[in-house]
Ligand binder design. Structure first.
Ligand code: FAD
Length: 317
């Protein structure tokens, strides 16, 4: 195995957790683990990656890379791949990674394996049929682009190493600069981001209305959790689409997923089936969600959720 690259995901000069998860995977794959950091004023992040055992980090630091756009990231990464010829390039299967990974793969003529959740004896494991089954996929040619589902692999621990840092010359073609980000509007919330949250409390049609999500927010705040929703709740206008979990929403893999008033349609399971522990609260004992749940509570959510919140408050005081 030659070079295995981890393309760091960062926001505002901070590495996202999935970056360290990809370092773990890179080590499992073997070979020389190297990093790529793209952005503006990001040299410090390269040193940070070194502390997690990444031997060498390529840094593409340029004022035009302050804001992400598909064309700019693709240009930088594709040129670097063509020059350095890594065997495997790991990219987060995040909204951003899903955007530029396939374009980069096409640009460098690489194969791509998407949304992987495991690695066993030289092959990658990924869910298929909306998470109903898993398939093993290998590659016969390189470079290979692999997008990695966040929250599945454990984050790498610090090893105290130091990376050799190589600055990458960045230049763009006029067509790379056509899309201009004029403004980034931040959604302010004290809760963790859905795809990074360790605990998620999600509500479905059983919540009966937007005002009742307050019950889930109270529970989430006691647990330090994010609040998600099924598509039925989003389609009804009770929650914004960015909170939707499932095939046409976000894919999440928290340590604990609490599904409240959610029936467990296959399209919902596609987005949360790889959660480590699933708890379902539903008044219908036949609900499909109980087939995937580790713990099930059959009953009225309007009675159960406030009780849980109170009990957790006492426990976590
Ligand atoms: P329902 O199926 O109506 O279930 C509501 C549940 O609440 C029921 O099980 C009921 O027993 C329970 N309940 C009601 N009252 C109470 C109470 N008082 N106490 C306890 N339990 C109660 N869905 C997604 O979630 N995410 C997706 O990304 C997604 N993508 C889709 C893509 C496609 C192409 C298609 C066709 C569908 C998609 N869906 C998606 C929709 C999916 O098929 C389901 O329709 C949806 O998940 C149902 O949402 P729900 O479980 O909240 O609602």
């Amino acid at each position: 195995m030659g070079k295995v690259w981890v393309v760091a995901e960062q926001r505002e000069g901070k590495l996202k957790k999935v970056t360290f998860e990809m370092v773990t995977l890179a080590r499992q794959i073997g070979g020389e683990v190297e990093g790529v950091v793209i952005g503006k004023d990001v040299k410090g992040l390269a040193s940070e990656l070194g502390e997690y055992g990444v031997g060498k980090v390529y840094v593409a630091d340029h004022p035009d890379l302050e804001q992400y756009t598909t064309a700019k990231y693709t240009r930088v990464l594709a040129e670097l791949i063509n020059k350095e010829k890594p065997e495997v390039v790991l990219i987060a299967n995040s909204a951003q990674g899903r955007d530029f990974a396939p374009r980069t793969a096409q640009r460098v003529g690489a194969g791509q394996i998407s949304d992987i959740t495991g690695y066993e004896e030289g092959v990658f494991v990924r869910p298929i049929y909306a998470g109903k089954a898993y398939t093993k996929v290998g590659a016969t040619s390189h470079p290979l682009i692999v997008t990695v589902r966040p929250n599945v692999f454990p984050a790498a621990e610090k090893t105290g190493g130091q990376a050799a840092i190589e600055e990458v010359a960045v230049s763009f073609m006029p067509e790379d600069l056509k899309a201009i980000v004029k403004e980034v509007v931040k959604q302010v919330s004290g809760r963790p981001e859905l795809t990074e949250a360790d605990i998620i409390v999600s509500g479905g049609r059983g919540m009966k209305g937007p005002e009742n999500f307050k019950l889930l927010e109270d529970l989430a705040d006691v647990l330090g959790a994010a609040v998600g929703a099924s598509r039925a709740a989003v389609d009804a206008g009770w929650r914004e689409h960015r909170y939707q979990v499932g095939q046409t929403g976000k894919t999440v893999s928290p340590s604990l997923y609490i599904a409240v008033g959610i029936s467990g349609a296959i399209q919902h399971l596609a987005g949360m089936g790889s959660s480590k522990v699933i708890v379902a609260i539903n008044k219908d004992p036949e609900a499909n969600i109980f087939k995937v749940a580790d713990y099930g509570i059959v009953g009225d959510l309007f009675e159960i959720v406030p009780l849980l919140t109170e009990e957790f408050k006492k426990l976590l005081k």
